[in-house]
Design a protein around this ligand. Structure first.
Ligand code: ATP
Ligand code: MG
Length: 870
């Protein structure tokens, strides 16, 4: 059965059991401070389990893109080495939100696997939770009883908390679980060792395929468990593992989910899969990682230096490194796999197909730059090796290479071992630990549990219509972070504060108590579906009614920038073409930033055209048309485009200014005329095929022009008020160039004259022709002079000091035969003497230069140079 059909059969089966089939949520998370990526099928439904959101469909089934590369579920280091863990994989799941529980979950799982998909029941084992005393958790007798109706009791295995109590992370919904394992070994193998003894023993052919979780508890921040308001079912089946079983393969990588990618890697790298373990691992790593990276980029997460972007960059770099080391690929090639991937997955996941080109470009560029890093790292490592006495290489230096240059440590170890050397690993681990402690200390955030004042989870947002209203605090908690110190997070029954989202910053403002006391709200953010207000302090009596007031000025400026962002988007598609797609935006009160896909730098004409387009719409004073809670289809008919990587509800909000229609939850001006004016401040590249525009509107434009005008006036004064300032500057530039040329000629002449003088001054000491002198020449002339003298005079040791614009320079020339016979080294000379001019430098053994900030030291350096030849 082809993998496409496997997925479809799963979904069809649960549709027949009255489940609503939903598409996968994004794999990259936006509004969750506790998690960067969806690491299990239940993540998009977390709020349902916690009772924070009202359930519409009580039964749901889907195939969810998951990524397990950080936090509690991190399989990264296993991937490639084994045959059944991936970074990115699909988790097939069926869900009951307060509807059916253990009986149906177990009966249906069995029916699907054994009756529909025809898996031999003699290959299956199931586990049930054995309970745990310390936490007061009981043996799951109920699950046991349901299982024994289907499977013989000697195939039911008790499991401990580690295997059979599922938790999403350090906090959140959890509960006992029952897993289904499959033994896919040959009959012969099975007679040797029973499958039962291999369950949960990390055996590659006795693997867990499905986990049925019975959600009953919530793990709180203090570590304790509380009962959830209702009982739920959350199941997760590894799609790739199920394909392995149904396609009678021994490895996920032998299924049609992976074989097209593997064939492509073989063809590009001229290797064969299945012949050599090291090469096989590399091929698996690459086939796996390209999926994770491609899907992350499709969800809008570009590789970067921080947060989720950094995790993605690291995954890609791991793949590049495996290709570099084991497949001998020194050129970018992983990007070539994207089209194969998109052909194969694009039907079910259209985001991959639609963004094929962009993903390809981004990966290619990343490969280029990391391969450059690797090359440079190899040179640096060579230097480290050469400067090492003995065979043990300093862990500190290796750490520097790893930390500052991103050079992978295992590559360092590998290269060292090839040269019969080793790394001082203790020293390396020490450095790594020190660094981790530094970043941990910077990031620590402690969060207390919520204190509930009013049990109300429906927090209404009223901030589209009003900026001031009476509210009650329904819950609060304290958080402390190194950066901000102590803050309080408050949730209200209703709020006019816009929470950060859709690129727009969160509102600021204050709460006013009845006695006039004020509490400042410094930021507003969304956490899942709660709107959280960050307060500087907690009111004495948090149960009273407060007046909540949004900072109107900030909100207005932000709205101008947000509406302008929509017009900018429209302008870019109009001026550059419809290939332009939004890739990110940040709307602040001071400015706006818009990232979009486009292949080349914008010309100044294009920038002008974009600005003109937006300003024309501002001048036309187009009124806002806002559509709240309309069905997605209606919004799309109006011309709104859904963005990849965004999670939309059943109904959406659409914002229209004339022909610009966008799905948007942000706040906007009532009329484009309010924006007053739009000005692009910068245009740049942020990744391959992705450009960034920064722009300003309204008051900020006035400030910008008046600031620029000030600079212009100052310049005119400096230029002595010429008629035509632009011409005055070009004249100055021309004059400067011609003066420089003249100076160069003069200096060359001077050097020529000097040469004769200098030859007279050469001393012969111990067979070396020695000269050390301070000269008033530029560096280029000194270089010419040094080589000239070197040609004329044998056995020359020359050191020239010079002072230019308050800086000191040393130039050292040593004849080649002296370098060899006397082991003299100009690089070493300038490095050592460079200290005297408070600087440093280097070069080759026969010619080197140093620069420093202390001209006073030149004389001393010249004197000292004699010791090299004595
Ligand atoms: P394992 O012990 O094999 O790592 P798990 O206990 O971590 O599995 P769950 O968290 O229960 O797995 O996830 C549900 C299902 O998802 C598993 O039964 C398995 O089929 C699949 N799965 C889990 N992790 C991975 C992974 N890294 N790659 C592919 N499939 C996975
Ligand atoms: Mg696992």
């Amino acid at each position: 059965m082809k993998s496409q059909q496997v997925r479809q059969q799963f979904l069809d089966f649960f549709a027949s059991k009255k489940h609503t089939i939903v598409p996968s949520s994004p794999m990259v998370l936006k509004n969750d401070p506790t998690l960067m990526f969806t690491n299990a099928g239940m993540v998009p439904f977390k709020e349902f389990f916690l009772g924070q959101k009202t359930v519409k469909d009580k039964r749901v089934a889907d195939s969810q893109k998951c990524l397990r590369v950080s936090g509690k579920h991190n399989d990264l280091e296993e991937v490639g080495k084994d045959t059944y863990h991936h970074t990115m994989f699909e988790m097939l799941g069926n869900w009951s939100f307060g509807d059916y529980f253990k009986k149906d979950a177990i009966d249906w799982a069995w029916e699907l696997l054994v009756d529909v998909l025809k898996i031999d029941k003699d290959c299956l084992y199931v586990t049930v939770f054995e309970g745990e005393k310390e936490e007061g958790l009981a043996y799951d007798q109920e699950a046991y009883n349901y299982w024994k109706k289907h499977i013989s009791e000697d195939r039911i295995i008790n499991g401990n908390k580690k295997d059979n109590f599922w938790e999403m992370g350090a906090q959140g919904p959890c509960g006992p679980c029952s897993e289904i394992h499959v033994d896919i070994r040959s009959d012969e193998e099975k007679t040797k060792i029973s499958g039962k003894s291999l369950v949960n023993m990390d055996h590659p052919q006795v693997v867990e395929i499905w986990n049925l979780v019975f959600m009953e508890f919530n793990r709180k921040a203090d570590g304790s468990l509380e009962k959830l308001p209702a009982k739920h079912v959350d199941t997760g089946m590894g799609f790739e593992r199920l394909c392995m079983v149904l396609q009678h393969k021994q490895s996920n990588y032998d299924t049609d989910v992976f074989t097209p990618l593997i064939r492509e890697v073989e063809a590009i790298t001229n290797t064969n899969y299945g012949k050599n373990e090291e090469i096989d691992i590399a091929i698996r790593v690459i086939a796996d990682h390209v999926r994770a990276v491609a899907f992350a980029i499709a969800d809008g997460q570009l590789p970067s230096n921080t947060g989720a972007g950094y995790v993605i960059r690291r995954i890609l770099r791991r793949a590049i490194r495996y290709g570099f080391t084991f497949l001998n690929k020194k050129e970018p090639f992983i990007y070539k796999l994207v089209s194969t991937l998109s052909k194969q997955m694009g039907d079910y996941f259209p985001e991959i197909k639609a963004q094929n080109q962009l993903i390809t470009n981004v990966i290619k560029e990343e490969e280029h730059s990391f391969l450059r890093t690797l090359e440079q790292g190899l040179i640096l490592l060579d230097g480290i090796i050469k400067s090492t006495n003995g065979t043990k290489v300093s862990g500190k230096k290796a750490f520097e290479l790893y930390d500052t240059y991103g050079f992978p440590i295992d590559l360092t170890s590998l290269i060292l071992s090839e040269k019969g050397m080793t790394l001082n690993e203790d020293e390396f681990t020490d450095e790594l630990e020190k660094q981790k402690n530094r970043s941990r200390a910077a990031a620590i955030v402690e969060t207390d549990d919520w204190i509930l004042l009013i049990d109300d989870n429906e927090e209404e947002f009223v901030g589209y219509d009003i900026l001031e209203t009476n509210v009650k605090i329904t819950r609060y908690r304290k958080i402390s972070s190194k950066k901000y110190g102590d803050l309080y997070q408050l949730v209200f029954n209703l709020t006019p504060f816009y929470p950060e989202g859709g690129g727009q910053v969160g509102d600021k403002g204050y709460l006013e108590a009845s006695n006039g006391n004020v509490i400042y709200i410094v930021d507003t953010k969304k956490e899942n579906n709660l709107i959280i207000h960050f307060a500087k302090s907690l009111p004495k009596d948090p149960t009273q009614t407060f007046k909540a007031v949004v900072d109107k000025k900030q909100r207005y400026r932000t709205a101008c920038n947000h509406s302008a962002t929509h017009l900018l988007h429209q302008a870019l598609r109009e001026v550059l073409g419809t290939h332009v797609e939004q890739k990110g935006s940040a709307v602040h009160s001071k400015n706006l930033r818009f990232d979009f896909s486009h292949f080349s730098k914008l010309s100044s004409d294009e920038i002008q055209a974009v600005e003109d387009f937006v300003n024309a719409r501002i001048e036309s004073k187009i009124p806002l048309k806002e559509f709240r809670n309309i069905p997605m289809e209606v919004a799309q008919k109006k011309g709104a485009m859904a963005l990849f990587g965004e999670k939309y509800g059943d109904t959406v909000r659409a914002i229209q200014f004339g022909n610009s229609v966008e799905l948007c939850g942000g706040t906007h001006v009532q009329n484009t005329g309010d924006i007053w004016h739009f000005k692009i401040i910068s245009e740049s590249a942020i990744a391959a095929g992705i450009r960034r525009i920064e722009a300003i509107t309204n008051d900020a434009v006035k400030e910008y022009y008046s600031e620029n005008n000030k600079i212009y006036n100052n310049l005119k004064v400096l230029l002595k008020n010429p008629q035509n300032p632009q011409k005055a500057i070009t004249d100055l530039q021309e004059e400067n160039t011609s003066l420089k040329k003249q100076l160069e000629i003069l200096l060359k002449d001077k050097a020529k004259n000097l040469k004769g003088e200098l030859i007279q001054k050469v001393e012969n000491i111990n067979g070396v022709n020695y000269l050390a002198k301070k000269l008033d020449l530029d560096q280029n002339s000194i270089k010419d002079l040094a080589f000239d003298l070197g040609n004329k005079i044998e056995n020359l040791f020359l050191l020239v000091g010079t002072e230019r614009e308050g800086k000191a320079f040393l130039t050292c020339f040593i004849s080649k035969n002296l370098v060899e016979d006397k082991k003299l080294n100009a690089g070493q000379v300038v490095r050592e003497l460079g200290k005297l001019i408070q600087g440093g430098g280097g070069g080759q053994p026969f010619f080197a230069t140093a620069g420093g900030k202390n001209p006073e030291g030149i004389e001393k350096a010249l004197e000292e140079s004699k010791r090299y030849i004595l």
